[in-house]
Design a protein around this ligand. Structure first.
Ligand code: UGA
Length: 435
């Protein structure tokens, strides 16, 4: 099948590459000429495990091409995926300007039947808005608008796309249903479902999924805070409750608050949708409050330990990305933690395996950057672990002790076992576990 993907961000690039992998002919289009030129050479603008290999293979087989010309991309395509940014507006609502602008342009270009698929996370009712824009310029039999939200996680995006737990497709058109089924059947061969539903339900599904997960994490963060105060250990509590299938083992890890480009933005936007419909979504408002607070917890621990005297203290930070296996720092808790510690007069030496350049772009020379995880420790009063990269799990503890001024670790991700830290004689503070 011939496919066009508009927008080569995270979702667009992974979608295009994975559809090419199943034999379709994909043209990806973006207004950023530099990005297109790099992609034509197989260079991806994002760090995503497995993506570059797949991309190279499909470029070689001529199943994927890149252009900045929308007309060229959509001319022969049967399906046009919109994978455009929907940034938060000032009030937190999703800004649809990119999606609607492209819909306007498509209105001038479409001359034969196309399925226009919305892959971006967009508020309930957006499919109808896109259809309304197209209807102004083209006849209704020339298009169907479909909502097909994406559930991939950064860091495992390729795997998530190739083996989705479910695919959600929102459309009322039989013709579009058949085309979307053909497109997705190769990915659900193990029997995972493709749910066909109305577009509004598909759009709501995406927000409900992300908000539920954000709520699950926030609940565990609060349980962890309470564990600390009651002398319980959140590791045991997590395993104890997670074994119940109704609760589930995943997404129960407490930490320094959820971050990234999705949860913070989507919880805010859903809360706004509720408000627009005069519904007081109290649980969601609590999730927002809890997460805001959780990002401060590690700084509070540090201040308590150092008796509020952080002026002139030097801290090493391991991990800056909002989670491992990505260089993404959007809404990463590390950013707020860095800012808070700088405000207290501390100096910081940071290390992250891939996110360092992005952080440099943000903080410049207000902090220093280490070539490796050990260099960051040199002369530091304490180490902070803010992202649970695998390479931090089994470090050379003797070397760490030699480098650190005091043997103190604040672990925002519960990377180490308590008994091991005790044995090694570290002062170790983590989340939801007794000191
Ligand atoms: C999230 C969803 O998991 C995807 O299903 C969805 O498609 C995506 O948003 C999106 O809307 O595009 P992502 O933002 O890549 O994916 O990252 P997650 O792995 O979900 O992690 C989000 C945040 O939650 C991270 O800051 C992570 O550290 C935190 N987290 C996750 C916890 O604090 N505890 C956990 O147990 C799990």
């Amino acid at each position: 099948m011939k496919i066009a993907v508009v927008g080569t961000g995270y979702v667009g690039l992974v979608t295009g590459t994975c559809f090419a992998e199943t034999g379709n002919h994909v043209t990806c289009v973006d207004i950023d000429r530099n990005k297109i030129e790099a992609l034509q050479k197989g260079i991806t603008p994002i760090y995503e495990p497995g993506l570059e290999v797949l991309l190279a293979r499909n470029i070689k087989e001529e199943r994927i091409a890149f252009t900045d010309n929308l007309k060229e991309a959509v001319e022969e395509a049967v399906v046009i995926f919109l994978a455009l940014p929907t940034p938060s507006d000032q009030d937190g609502s999703a800004d649809l300007k990119y999606v609607l602008q492209v819909a306007e342009q498509l209105g001038d270009l479409i001359t034969s039947y196309k399925v226009v698929v919305n892959k971006s996370t967009v508020p309930v009712g957006t499919s109808e808005k896109v259809a309304a824009v197209l209807s102004k310029k083209i006849a209704p039999e020339l298009f169907d608008v479909v909502s097909n939200p994406e559930f991939l996680r950064e860091g495992v995006a390729v795997e998530d796309f190739l083996k989705p737990e479910r695919v959600v497709v929102g459309t009322r058109s039989e013709k579009a249903t058949k085309i979307m089924a053909d497109l997705y059947n190769p990915f659900v061969r193990q029997g995972n479902p493709i749910y066909f539903m109305d577009p509004r339900s598909a759009e709501m599904t995406k927000y409900a999924a992300n908000s539920f997960l954000a709520m699950k994490i926030s609940f565990m963060n609060e349980i962890a805070n309470l564990c600390e105060r009651t002398g319980a250990n959140v590791d045991w509590v997590r395993m104890g409750i997670g074994s119940d299938h109704r609760i589930g083992k995943r997404f129960l890890f407490p930490g320094i608050g959820y971050g990234g480009s999705c949860f913070p933005k989507d919880v805010l936007a859903l809360n706004l949708t509720a408000r627009e419909h005069e519904y007081d979504f109290q649980l969601l408002q609590s999730v927002l409050t809890v997460n805001k607070h959780q990002k401060k917890v590690i700084v509070q621990k540090i201040k308590r330990h150092f008796k509020d005297a952080l002026q002139g203290k030097r801290f090493a930070i391991w991990g800056l990305a909002f989670k491992p296996e990505t260089d993404d720092i959007r809404d990463a808790p590390s950013l707020e933690i860095i800012e808070a510690l700088l405000n207290e007069g501390a100096t910081l030496n940071v290390y992250d395996p891939v996110a360092m350049e992005n952080v440099r772009g943000r903080f410049g020379n207000r902090i220093t950057y280490s070539a490796n995880q050990y260099e960051a420790l040199d002369g530091a009063d304490a180490l902070l672990i803010l992202t649970e990269w695998s390479e931090f799990r089994n470090p050379d503890f003797d070397k760490m002790k030699d480098l650190l001024k005091t043997h103190t670790i604040f672990d925002g991700r519960n990377v180490y076992a308590l008994d091991k830290m005790e044995e090694l004689n570290f002062h170790y503070e983590s989340i939801g576990r007794a000191v």
